[in-house]
Ligand binder design. Structure first.
Ligand SMILES: NC(=O)c1ccc[n+]([C@@H]2O[C@H](COP(=O)([O-])OP(=O)(O)OC[C@H]3O[C@@H](n4cnc5c(N)ncnc54)[C@H](OP(=O)(O)O)[C@@H]3O)[C@@H](O)[C@H]2O)c1
Length: 242
């Protein structure tokens, strides 16, 4: 499928899904430039890709990275593909006894606060006078309605809070910038460092490659309309209840 977008920004280009999104969009003939933001300024083989180094923990770095888009003539799509389920010192909690302030602070910072601040600094780069989309990768486990299993306290709660942030921002955009759409996208279960420790009990056929996940994310962001702003969609385009 050919993207309608010409200038694309992928934040989180160092991740499995973020990197696959950069490669996918760079391969589409309708795309002019893909701005690939990551902590280490990961480079890509396509000359359409402009790599940008970005420290997610520093708002000044966010402002600086966003300013690199000033001469692009407007951005059609921004995907924030950052997020963690575990870090070196933090594994998802199975029970209340596993909760610590450090786990909550670490996961909330990465999965909720950082995407919110990235949105704050990047959203003004989207087109004003034509349809433009901000998509943030979230997770189905952030749905309160869908929660059947419990566990993974910090990750679930952070993604739920992220989903509220998406809804809140959609309300503000509808008042101020009606062509700008913000949605959350659950990419499915994807083969990546994030899911690696949890893949053993999964049907391998239900684990997507990063390239396939990128294709699905592309399809979702291509189809969302103004009335969809603030909603969360799964990889197959189905809306996920809050
Ligand atoms: N994989 C799945 O099965 C799955 C399922 C549901 C939802 N998701 C969501 O999809 C998104 C991308 O996941 P992925 O599978 O592509 O994971 P991944 O390959 O592990 O990529 C992790 C991403 O998070 C960033 N990151 C890693 N450690 C960080 C830290 N300490 N502080 C701040 N940022 C950090 C990385 O930044 P750099 O780009 O700078 O390296 C990278 O963009 C996440 O939001 C995740 O919750 C994934």
């Amino acid at each position: 499928m050919q993207a309608k977008s010409e200038n694309i920004v992928i934040v989180g280009a160092g991740g499995a899904i973020g990197g696959a999104l950069v490669e996918r969009y760079a391969a589409l003939p309708g795309v002019q430039t893909v701005f690939a933001c990551s902590r280490d300024g990961r480079s890509f083989s396509s000359d359409k890709v402009q790599s940008i180094k970005l420290d997610y923990y520093d708002e000044t770095s966010m402002i600086h990275a966003a300013s690199a888009l000033n001469d692009a003539g407007g951005v059609d799509l921004i995907v924030i593909a950052t997020g963690v389920l575990h870090t070196d010192g933090v594994m998802p909690e199975k029970s209340l006894h596993d909760l610590t302030a450090h786990k909550f602070e670490t996961i909330f910072k990465i999965d909720m606060v950082i995407p919110a601040l990235l949105t704050k600094h990047f959203i003004d780069k989207l087109h004003l006078s034509q349809r433009a989309v901000m998509a943030i990768l979230t997770a189905r486990v952030g749905s309160i309605t869908d929660n059947q299993l419990g566990g993974w306290y910090a990750y679930r709660c952070a993604k739920t809070a992220l989903n509220m942030f998406i809804k809140n921002t959609a309300i503000e955009l509808a008042r101020k910038h009606k062509n700008q759409i913000i949605v959350g996208v659950h990419p499915g279960t994807v083969d990546s460092p994030l899911s690696k420790p949890f893949q053993a009990h999964l049907d391998p056929k239900k684990i997507f490659s990063p390239a396939l996940a990128a294709e699905y994310v592309n399809q979702v962001v291509d189809t969302v309309q103004t009335g969809d702003s603030g909603k969360i969609f799964a990889w197959d385009g189905q809306e996920i209840a809050p």
